[in-house]
Each structure stands twice: as structure tokens, then as C-alpha cells.
Ligand binder design. Sequence first.
Ligand SMILES: Cc1ncc(COP(=O)(O)O)c(C=O)c1O
Length: 502
Amino acid sequence: MTLEKKLGAVRRDASVSITQQLVEVFAEAIEAGELEPGAKLPPTRALAEMAGINQLTASRCYRRLAERGLVVAGVGRGTFVRTSAVAVRQAPPTGGGSWQTYVLPPERDGYGSRMIADLVDHVARADLIPMSAGYLSEAVLPVEEVRDYAGAVLRDAAAEALQYSPVEGVTALREELAELGRRRGLTDPADGIVVTTGARQGLTLAARAILRPGHQVACESPTFMGIIETLRGTGAEVFGIPVDEGGLDVDALEQLLRRHEIRLLVLQPRLHNPTGYDLAEPRRARLVELAAQHGFFILEDAVYGDLHFQDSHPPPLRAADADHVVYVDSLSKTISPGLRIGWVAASGPVLDRIVSEKRNDDAHSPSLTQMIAARLLGAGDYERRLPATREFHRVRRDALLAAIDEHMEDLATVLRPPGGGHVWMTLRQALDEQQLYREALEAGVSFIPGAAMLIERPRATHLRLSFSMLDPEQLAEGVRRLAGVVRSLQAARGRRRSMPVM
Ligand SMILES: Cc1ncc(COP(=O)(O)O)c(C=O)c1O
């Protein structure tokens, strides 16, 4: 039967609607190849005549075919069989998702993002010493306190805790965070603070508020993988600035400012992850001068700022220039990463932009955890716990450095961080970073490969080793395993080099 005849044979008394019958006739014709990809379907008026229906029903039929991915309509040109229509029709309705690969845009996940995914797996593996993960140890989590405060919140204010709350954050928490800021030398009022879901969301919202695709942004290199991923995610062009013992190399920044329209600089001026360095005093002053002179924002990531092992340490950079510096912080490195309590302090129009980004992103951070955190801060637990948490980290830093001195002194150099949770290592002899990573995992130890934390291609082999979550014995064993892997890769390389050239 020809297509025209089939279309004319639809029955009004059938249990299936006329539209559905017509859709099936076309779908079968497309699948059988009677209607080839690109073929034009009859105009709706012609279809109406052929099938003895009105034009509205004919249009509805074409709409259904388009919804099923079988045809496309070009305005004023008519309706055509899609090039991929046969594949769409023949795909099993509950297919394994492979079709998604062709529909989704190219993947955006970079090296850093994949490393963050990997490190979560490392922590779950019983056979591995996860020196890749900067988690807070269970031993310093405020388990009892949070149990009490959660109980109290649910007893006294359950309806509020289970309800929507203001986009900027629960007032009691913003007041506590403003108070915490004052103790650190900041002057932000509660309404200058936006609560975020971890510092990571604070970074993302601030970056989105300031940057558009094609803009130019700078950050330290190396830096936290999440910063690199966040900045690249905005579509901006990301420039890396080296870091040395004095923190960000401000001379290098000046060179960059001469050549590019930098709108934002992201940095960790205190206990930079991964090097552990602070931004030296003369550079702090120069940096805020440059921001004022060139008119760019500084996004200060302060998550490690309170984990200093020395008595004297620098105040937040925002204390020096609240107009240009947007401040991001969280409770993740000192109290609990799982609570996901982060915040941004900012002033001027950028604050409103960040609030809009937050509203459009997730409406607000969970009310319940904000209320728990407000009680914890209000009861003074943050300050009370900090000395023990710092000491816990100091003991582990010392254990890690001692193990490196013992097992790897001839293999690598390290920086001695004055706080934080990581050590940045550079191998004396460069190795294939990917091979080192794979073989270390086989040997039961993990690290973050340097290239995941750098903007530019590495010129040496770097490793970030994290000590915050592991016991001194585990750290010693991890370094011993790592040293074994480095030694065997170096020996294999030496053997290859000494092989006679044929
Ligand atoms: C420097 C730095 N900034 C931000 C974050 C993200 O913190 P949060 O867990 O609060 O999102 C991390 C996490 O490791 C970090 O190291």
C-alpha cells in the first residue's frame, strides 16, 4: 500500500486516536525507508485532505513526530524527515544511555576535577593510604557538640529548620560569622555576609558574578584544583602566576597586568594550598595598590587561614581593602566539611551580584545545618576547639616531614609549611607523572599529581601530599611506599638511558 493509501485508511472508530494512527503510519514509513532522511512530508493541508481530517489534527500529528525526534520543521519551509530519524526510531526505548553521548555538549571536567573524583575513591579504599585527600580527620570532628545542637534545633525550632530561609543565609549564623570575622580583624556587618554551600560554592558564585566568557582572570599556579575548575567553568581565560616563599609573585602579576585586562585575581594569601606559604607583607600592600590602580577584584580564599602553627600570622587580606577584596571561607578545614557551611564577605554591587547568583543557583543553603552551625559558633566551640585541631595537624605535618627526610631526602625537595594540611614536593629527577600516579596506587599510596594544580604545563614532577587525615604511622608508611615507587621508576629510567643505541 502506498503511503497515501495508508494515510487514507485511518479509522475513526478505532480505539487509538486518529492523530496516533497517523503518527504510526509516518513512523513506520520512516523506519522502512519509504520516507528517507531529508524527505519533505506533505503540507498539513494536503495531509488533511488525504486522511479526511482537519488541518489542526494534521499539525498535531507533525508535532508528535517532532517530539519523538523523527522530523524537523523549518519555519515557512515545511516538515522534513530528520537525518538521524532512523537511528532515533530504532534505538531501544530503554537504551543504555549511549545516545546521551551524542546529545550532551563536550565534557568540561578538567584534570583537577577528575583528581577530586579520584581522591574521594581513594578515601574509601581500605588497601590505600590516601595522601591525596585533604579531609579533616574524624578525630577532630565535633561529633558530640553537633549531636547536641542538632537535637536542640529540632526540639526548639524544627519548623524553621525545615522551612525555606533567606537566600543570604539564616540571620543568627550571619551574625556569628560577622563576629568571627571581627575577631580576625574584619569589619563586615552580618548583612555583608552571604552563607554558601561550602567555600567551593562561594568561589563559584563570586567568579560567576564577576566574569563572563572571554574575560581574563589570574590565579596562583599551583593552586587548589577547585579554583582552576571554577574559573575555567566561567569560560574566562585563566592565567597562572607563580608562587614562591613569599606567596604570589607580585612582580609576575604586574607583568601580566601590563599585557592583559585582568578582571579578577584569585588567591589564598594565608597557608596557600598546596605550598603552605603566606603572602609576605610587602607583597600584600603592593597587591592592594595594584588592585586599586588597575581596577580588578581580588577573591581571597581563606579556608586554611586559621590552621597556623605559629603564634604570629597575617590577618585576612580583606582587612587591608574591603572595596576590592571579596572574601571566601568555610568551616570545612576546622570544624566539619560535611556540614557544607561556607560564606562570602563582600561590599558594594558585587555583593548583590553574588546574592543573585546564589538565588539562581540553589535558593539558599540548608536551613538545618545553618542553624546548627550558628549554635556551635555562638557557644564558642570554634575558638575552643581550634588549638587542639591545630596541634593535631602540626603533629602530622612533622611526622610527614620526618618520614620524607628519612626516606626521600635524596629523591625530592619539600617546602616546610607553617600550617594547613599539605606538603608540596618536587622530585629531584623528573618522572612521567601519570606513570608515577598509577604505580603509586598499585603500591597502596595516593597523592595529587602536580599538573592537576598548575595552570601551565609542569616543568618538573610535583606531588601534593596531604597529612590532615592520616595518623603519623600511616604517613610514614605512605612515604616509604612512595619512595619505593620513585626509586624503581628512576632505576628503570636509568637502565633505559644506559642501553646501547642500536
Ligand atoms: C583552598 C581551598 N579552597 C576551597 C576549598 C573548598 O572548601 P569547601 O569544602 O568548604 O567547599 C578547598 C577544599 O579543599 C580548598 O583547599
